[in-house]
Design a binder for this molecule. Structure first.
Ligand SMILES: NC(=O)c1ccc[n+]([C@@H]2O[C@H](COP(=O)([O-])OP(=O)(O)OC[C@H]3O[C@@H](n4cnc5c(N)ncnc54)[C@H](O)[C@@H]3O)[C@@H](O)[C@H]2O)c1
Length: 483
């Protein structure tokens, strides 16, 4: 894959580096799985394809953790609760469960008594290697994370390592785990990543759209009653000059009235992949009677949840770099290391935001209150709206309280987006289901700025400035770290 070749020079890996083969204990587990990598678009290609150029697909044998073999512990109070609450599905597959939102959610659901399986290709960790990035927080391997969780709580989270674009692998996981609900976080989720070059744009759309399509087919084939909870993004809507509704808008046109999907105006190849996902899900709900909830999530901030706080090996990732870092997380790290806050353009860009503790709550609420068969339900999943300038002002004030002098600078906007605009998005449906938001004013110091200060020695300041321009994307593979 072109982008892998282009970035390999910046990886600084030893020649013996084998990111996926090392942790697996081949043949030692009852849950032996494989992932097959389409040669044309997978970023794994160069790492696994040496000497196998004639093959179209590459299959890597993988196994789950030995702990996955064990059944749920008898002492788990949650498992008793589950039988008393018929609306609560027992078995939840968390696709992308090694990532930022997925890890926190998998632990939260496990803690609440759900039987959880994580499905993840670990490709997110590979992106870091490719681009020379790292999480602010040190994160353990998925295997150590799950062992730690088991030893602390007695609860087992099953693990299936593989790519959901590989339908054979996904079929086996569905047949093995038999989920009642699937939470699908497993996508390439960075807009800048999708705008680096052609190969990353193609990878993003292939990975996200085909992965979701496979999940839909797996539900239809193996688990028709399974509720799909899919992570969409508020970015699908863009910034229209009217209020943004939750998924649908009722329009009267030439004397006739209909309720239609709210218009989508995505502004990166990543966001466009999410729009396409939404269309595929809408269609399959109608055509096959699939029950689905699309959580159009805002920008997530924070790192701590009740569960990840239990042990340092459970610590979540925290991205602050120009490719994967989201606005508020980036600002807190910049403040912690004395770097001016990088406001893109005029700073009037307004978006919905939420604390990661609310992400896990929202997903649990969606699972506990499933959509009906054939229903495509859309919730706007955020709690507050801020402009970039408002965020910068809040971080500056929080810095003052800690005795830190925080400055802001305007940098040329690498994105193509409105920098001053109307923005008013509805977000009542999750509140109606019982969401109790954690507001930014309460968590800024507690969960963000102090956290960034704690780990500031790990910050690579070269990764702070934006490195991907929407206008300069080209077909030629780009090596980011060399720029
Ligand atoms: N983080 C945010 O602020 C935010 C905001 C809005 C929406 N979302 C959505 O939430 C979801 C999760 O975001 P995140 O921040 O946790 O991302 P992340 O990159 O931290 O996690 C995604 C996980 O999915 C895995 N994955 C990717 N492609 C896969 C595939 N084909 N098969 C199996 N596993 C795969 C990755 O290895 C990674 O562990 C994404 O769909 C994203 O679009 C996130």
């Amino acid at each position: 894959m072109a982008h892998l070749l282009s970035t390999s020079s910046s990886m600084k890996l030893s020649s013996g580096f084998k990111p996926y083969s090392m942790p697996f204990k081949q043949g030692s587990s009852a849950f032996s799985a494989s992932f097959t990598l389409p040669a044309s678009e997978s970023p794994f290609r160069r790492l696994v394809s040496q000497g196998a150029k004639q093959q179209r697909n590459f299959t890597v044998q993988a196994t789950t953790l030995p702990v996955s073999k064990e059944g749920p512990t008898q002492t788990s109070s949650g498992s008793h609760q589950m039988f008393k609450e018929p609306s609560k599905p027992q078995r939840v597959m968390v696709i992308g469960g090694d990532g930022y939102c997925g890890w926190a959610t998998a632990l939260h659901l496990s803690n609440k008594g759900y039987e959880v399986a994580i499905v993840d290709s670990l490709v997110r960790r590979l992106f870091d290697h490719q681009l020379g990035l790292d999480s602010l927080t040190p994160i353990s391997s998925i295997h150590n994370r799950l062992r730690c969780w088991k030893s602390l709580t007695g609860k087992t989270i099953e693990l299936y390592i593989g790519d959901v674009c590989d339908f054979e692998f996904l079929s086996e996981t569905f047949k093995s785990f038999e989920p009642n609900a699937v939470v699908h976080f497993g996508e390439q989720r960075s807009a800048p990543y999708s705008m680096i070059d052609r190969s990353r744009a193609v990878f993003t759309q292939n990975n996200n759209v085909i992965g979701t399509l496979n999940v839909l087919f797996a539900i239809k084939e193996f688990s028709e009653q399974c509720h799909l909870v899919k992570l969409g993004t508020m970015g699908e809507y863009g910034t229209p000059n009217i209020d943004i509704e939750e998924g649908y808008i009722t329009i009267t046109h030439n004397g006739r009235t209909d309720t239609l999907p709210f218009p989508k105006q995505a502004s990166s190849f990543y966001h466009l992949s999410k729009v396409h996902d939404s269309h595929n899900i809408t269609f399959t709900c109608k055509a096959w009677g699939i029950r689905a909830t699309d959580l159009n999530q805002g920008v997530v901030y924070g790192v701590r949840t009740d569960e990840t706080e239990m042990h340092e090996e459970l610590c979540n990732r925290f991205d602050y770099d120009g490719v994967f870092g989201t606005a508020l997380n980036r600002f807190c790290v910049q403040a912690a290391v004395g770097h001016p806050l990088t406001v893109y353009g005029k700073g009037g860009q307004t978006r919905g935001y939420l604390d990661i503790r609310d992400t896990v709550q929202c997903v649990e609420l969606a699972i506990a209150n499933p959509a009906n068969p054939g229903e495509f339900r859309v919730f706007n999943q955020f709690t507050e709206q801020f402009s970039v300038n408002e965020l910068a002002a809040l971080v500056t004030k929080a810095g003052e309280n800690l005795g830190i002098d925080v400055q802001s600078i305007s940098v040329p906007n690498p994105r193509v987006e409105a920098e001053e605009h109307y923005y008013n998005a509805k977000h009542t449906k999750l509140i109606e289901l019982g969401l109790k938001p954690h507001l930014l004013s309460d968590s800024l110091l507690d969960s963000l700025l102090n956290f960034a200060i704690k780990y500031k020695d790990r910050v690579d300041t070269k990764q702070i400035m934006p490195s991907v321009s929407w206008r300069k994307i080209g077909a030629k593979p780009r090596t980011l770290a060399a720029e």
